[in-house]
Design a protein around this ligand. Structure first.
Ligand code: SF4
Length: 380
């Protein structure tokens, strides 16, 4: 178990170096997909390496000339990396521009300043009721598949697509198993380790990641841990598109809280929902996108209440509170939050919101908020 965790920590410590090395070893082209909804199974089936674009750790420099300071962290960090030439190992990039206003800026910036050999813009619809959304999504995915076929000069057969979907589904099941064990014994992994496990899946080839997870799960199943009964269970929610600073996860734990489950994008939201393998693969990928839960503000779902889902997760895990993490300058999440907050108040749930900024100067303000929160829920 320790060996796997060390390997995963090394991969996530330098995603740039890891992906560049992977490209060289496998002699395949790399396609960066902006989070959170690109069905990268199609890229995998085209014999390319799909990676989910990440937020780097460095402060934004040249990127300031291209995007305003009130764009969210991953937007500024990604543009900064791109215009500084740090993403030269990416042969192509895929964006979903309806996700938020900021994601709509990328194609123009990349086309003009980076010029990747392949660039595709997807327009995945908001989830209004009715069949028309399904037809629209399938047409969009067909166009995506065709563009990859033109890029590689090779057809993507349904067989290849089904094989890739199977590998991705296996990865989802294995990650779900890791979470299941964590729910039974939350002390088994640090919160930062869990985030690293999910995050590494976004830029390792899924078949390689599946091997690591299989070994990790064996170790986790065999390991006994002493339950820490004095720890206060909490559920973090949100943090769309990007990793939460590991220091914040450490802080939550250092303050006496423990995370038995989460509702984070780089967490349980990433691997939720399998792709059904009966029938047309593109139809199945469309159906996964069109699934309303977990509720994602970027899909415009109002028929299911995000707050209800979070409260259920909290109760299922005997947790005492919910920590909403909003990425600063993320309009979709900010738009959903007032409704979420009202639900917490109506139901008498202990909940707090913290804002996550790319350039954290000091953790003191977050620490003070979390300290007060833990004092409140500790006495419940
Ligand atoms: S974090 Fe929010 S604003 Fe930023 S890219 Fe994601 S959805 Fe858009």
């Amino acid at each position: 178990m320790e060996k796997v965790l060390t390997e995963i920590a090394e991969v996530t410590a330098d995603p740039y170096g890891y992906v560049a090395g992977l490209k060289e070893r496998k002699e395949k082209k790399v396609i960066g997909c902006f989070p959170m909804h690109i069905p990268d199974e199609i890229i995998h089936a085209a014999d390319l390496i799909p990676v989910v674009i990440w937020r780097g750790n460095e402060p934004v420099t040249w990127g300031h000339a291209h995007v305003p300071p009130y764009d969210c962290g991953i937007t500024r960090s990604f543009v900064d990396d791109a215009v500084r030439g740090k993403l030269g190992f990416m042969d192509g990039m895929v964006f979903h521009v309806r996700q938020c206003l900021q994601a709509g800026e990328f194609p123009f910036i990349m086309e003009r300043h980076v010029k990747p050999s392949y660039q595709k813009v997807l327009y995945l619809p908001a989830l209004y009721p009715g069949d028309v959304m399904r037809d629209f999504t399938i047409t969009e995915l067909e166009g995506f598949k065709t563009s990859l076929e033109e890029f590689t000069g090779k057809k993507i057969s349904d067989d290849n697509l089904n094989k890739s979907i199977e590998i991705y589904n296996k990865n989802r099941s294995l990650l779900e198993r890791v979470y299941e064990i964590r729910r039974e014994k939350p002390e088994i992994l640090k919160a930062r380790e869990v985030m690293q496990i999910v995050w590494s899946s976004m830029f390792m080839l899924k078949e390689d990641h599946n091997k690591l997870l299989t070994e990790l799960i064996k170790g986790m199943e065999a390991k006994t841990v002493e339950p820490e009964k004095d720890k206060i269970r909490v559920i973090p929610v949100g943090c769309l598109c990007q990793t939460l600073q590991f220091d914040i996860l450490d802080l939550i734990e250092d303050l006496g809280m423990i995370i038995p489950d989460d509702d984070l994008y780089i967490g349980s939201r990433y691997f939720a929902n399998q792709v059904n393998l009966d029938g047309s693969p593109l139809g199945a990928l469309a159906d996964r996108y069109l699934t309303r839960t977990p509720v994602c503000p970027t899909k415009g779902v109002w028929q299911v209440h995000w707050g209800d889902e979070a409260i259920k997760k909290m109760r299922d895990n005997d947790a005492r509170g919910i920590i909403s993490i909003i990425v600063k300058y993320c309009p979709p999440h900010a738009c959903y939050y007032p409704d979420f907050k009202s639900k917490m108040e109506q139901e008498g749930i202990n909940a707090i919101m913290i804002e996550m900024e790319h350039e954290i100067i000091t953790l003191e303000a977050i620490k003070t908020r979390l300290q007060s929160f833990v004092e409140i829920i500790g006495g419940v």
